[in-house]
Every structure is written in C-alpha cells, then in structure tokens.
Design a protein around this ligand. Structure first.
Ligand SMILES: Cc1cc2nc3c(=O)[nH]c(=O)nc-3n(C[C@H](O)[C@H](O)[C@H](O)COP(=O)(O)OP(=O)(O)OC[C@H]3O[C@@H](n4cnc5c(N)ncnc54)[C@H](O)[C@@H]3O)c2cc1C
Length: 254
C-alpha cells in the first residue's frame, strides 16, 4: 500500500542535493527508508532524513533519471510513498560516534537528532557537505572532514574517526556512506574494539523483501537491514567487495 503526500518545502543542500519536506503520519525510526514512486520513471529507495513528528523528509542526490525527476518537483507537488521499511539503528545504548559520508549523511540525521551524539560529516569537498547546519542544532560536537581539505579536517571520515576515538571513549559507531567508507569504518572498529552499526545500500526493486534484488550473502538489505552490526557484517562476504546492478550482474568494488 502506498500513500500520497504533498511536498511542503524544498531546500537546496548542495549543487546536486535537495531536501523535500512533507507531512506523513507514518511511524518511522532513525535509519529506516521509504520507496518513492515517480510515475512513468521508477520507484527508488530513499532514507528518511527526518523521522520524528508528523513532518518527514527525504534528502536526494541527483544521480540519474529518477532523482533528476524528483529534483524538478516543487512545493505543492505530490509524492507517492511506501514504507517505512528496514530495521533502522538501535539507539538504546550510549556513547555513540555517528558518521555520515556524502549523501549517506541523510540517513544518520535522525540518529543525530535522537541522541545528540558526537558526529562526523564527511565529503569529497566543502561543496558536497550537507545538513551540517541541522546537525549542529542537535550535537555539541560536530566535526567536518573533506578529502581535499577545503573544510574542516583534511582527510577522510575514517582518519578523523580514529583521531576522535583516541581522545574519547565511544561504545559504538553508527555510520552511513559510500561502501568504501563503511568498509574501512568496520576495519577501524575491529582494530579499536568498538561496536558498529552500518547502513548499507544495494539496488532494490520492492523494498519489502520479496524481489531478492538486494540480497547480500543470505541477508536482504531491505528487510534484514539496511543497518547491520559488527557480528552480522563479519558474515557478509560481499561487503566491500561487490554489489549487483539492476540486471543482477555482479559489479566489483575493487
Ligand atoms: C536503503 C537505501 C537508502 C538510500 N537513501 C538515499 C538517500 O537518502 N538519498 C539519496 O540521494 N540516495 C539514496 N539512495 C540511493 C538512491 O536510491 C539512488 O541514488 C537512486 O535509486 C538512483 O536512481 P536514478 O534513477 O536517479 O539513477 P539511475 O538511473 O538508477 O543511476 C544513474 C547512474 O548512477 C549510478 N548510481 C545509481 N545509484 C548510485 C549511487 N547511490 N551512487 C553512485 N552512483 C549511483 C548508476 O549505476 C547509473 O550509472 C538509497 C539507496 C538505498 C538502497
């Protein structure tokens, strides 16, 4: 079943990324995602960048046909939405370090808001940093990292994470971003003896565990994930190695 929601506002976060806000009374948890149907184009997965209260949002990076069509929408236009789907983050513990890389920052925003935990937002360059203004409203410690050094720490998210973890005790790292970032975050957590919860991305058609497109070993990213902890990740042989494209072909990361 799907709902139709009306876009209330559109905010330009970066040259290629926009946030769409809408009222939707569905119960959603930090880390969950929705399927957005763009009639005549496609239906695609999007993390909820705001989950609490009646107002929800998605933050969309323009990549291809469907996301370009979404970027043309304006306040008053309607979206067809299914969900929320997936398990979301377990935020019942304490001492989290939260990391968002690139547009993956959208998925960690509700966790930042719910916990007020220390947060790293990382991207290639200052023009790719998103949602730092909103994150800074909810955490006292927000650190920015850019690969080219144009803003904040000069280096990647994992280098900065290691620096911060050496200065302060954390129990668990919560992260969403490109798979290479998640892979090295996982490796760093293993070295440092930290727990982690990483939100994964795979090509999806149904979002509800039926089509099998997003299978990774014996887990469905849409239903069993998208968030996996260190014990589950240890059993995912495809993590950081390969993914499947829309035709089911294996695409190697390295
Ligand atoms: C659980 C989940 C949550 C997601 N949350 C978000 C979110 O919050 N915000 C967001 O912007 N996106 C998110 N995505 C990714 C988003 O679904 C895709 O970017 C989108 O489906 C692309 O559709 P398209 O038709 O615009 O591009 P397509 O026409 O499908 O792809 C265009 C080209 O870009 C490549 N491509 C596709 N996706 C990506 C990607 N993610 N990164 C790099 N290259 C890509 C394709 O291989 C192709 O070459 C999420 C994905 C999943 C599985």
């Amino acid at each position: 079943m799907s709902d139709v929601v009306k876009i209330k506002s559109v905010t330009e976060e970066a040259y290629d990324t926009k946030t769409f806000r809408f009222d939707w009374d569905a119960e959603a948890r930090p880390g969950q995602f929705v399927m957005i149907w763009i009639p005549g184009v496609d239906e695609i997965p999007m993390s909820l960048s705001c989950t609490d209260g009646p107002e929800k949002s998605i933050t969309v990076k323009r990549i291809g046909e469907a996301t370009e069509a979404l970027h043309r929408l304006v306040p008053g236009d309607k979206l067809r939405i299914r969900g929320p789907f997936g398990n979301g983050f377990d935020l019942s513990g304490k001492d989290y370090l939260i990391i968002g890389g690139g547009v993956g920052t959208a998925a960690i925003m509700p966790a930042v808001k719910a916990t007020g935990a220390d947060t790293i937002i990382a991207a290639r360059s200052d023009r790719d940093i998103i949602l730092d203004d909103i994150a800074s409203e909810f955490t006292d410690n927000l650190w920015i990292a850019t690969d080219d050094g144009s803003m904040g720490f000069h280096g990647n998210a994992v280098q900065l994470m290691k620096e911060k973890a050496a200065q302060k005790h954390y129990d668990c790292v919560v992260a969403c971003g490109p798979e290479v970032m998640l892979y090295f975050t996982y490796k760093a957590c293993q070295e440092l003896g930290l727990k982690c919860q990483l939100s994964m991305e795979r090509y999806m058609k149904c979002g509800a565990g039926v089509c099998g497109c997003c299978v990774m070993d014996d887990s469905r990213i849409c239903r069993d994930g998208p968030v996996f902890n260190q014990d589950q990740i240890a059993k995912l042989s495809e993590f950081g190695v390969s993914k499947r494209d829309e035709c089911g072909r294996v695409v190697k990361f390295r």
